[in-house]
Design a binder for this molecule. Structure first.
Ligand SMILES: [Zn+2]
Length: 144
């Protein structure tokens, strides 16, 4: 016997059902013999399950922080290679472009949080880059 988590595509109800084997499930599913207990619909399929993380065993899924760090590094690299670095003149440059005083060009640089708020208020398009990936400090580091 095998138990499947199923989902009804009509009413989106999730339920579980026992089958003699995975073959038995496949055959019944093919012939639309599996009914939703909620709406009696036959558009029933296996629910997509997230991989279970059990106990202390590390899951094979990548660490979201690492994935984000890689993306952030790639984004920063792309910007630093293709955009003009204007340092802390970013707010001035971005504003000049926005008001048509200078040619539009991709730039990057630094702003203070006040400058960022001002740019936002004025509707000057500027997005903060994702922060560089900083690895988590090993436990115990805080004590120093
Ligand atoms: Zn249903």
């Amino acid at each position: 016997m095998i138990k499947y988590a199923l989902i009804c595509r009509d009413c989106e109800a999730e339920f579980e059902a026992w089958f003699g084997s995975s073959d038995a499930y496949d055959k019944q599913a093919e012939r639309s013999l599996i009914n939703c207990p909620h709406c009696d619909g036959v558009q029933v399929g296996k629910a997509i399950m997230a991989p279970a993380v059990s106990g202390t065993k590390k899951s094979a899924a990548p660490d979201p922080q690492k994935v984000f760090g890689k993306l952030a590094a790639a984004a920063r690299q792309h910007v630093s290679e293709n955009f003009d670095y204007v340092g802390d003149g970013f707010a001035t440059e971005a504003r000049a472009m926005h008001y048509g005083e200078t040619e539009h060009k991709p730039i990057w640089g630094e702003t203070t949080s006040e400058e960022r708020a001002e740019l936002k208020d004025e509707g000057v398009p500027a997005e903060p880059l994702p922060p560089a990936f900083v690895p988590a400090k090993p436990p115990g580091d805080k004590l120093n």
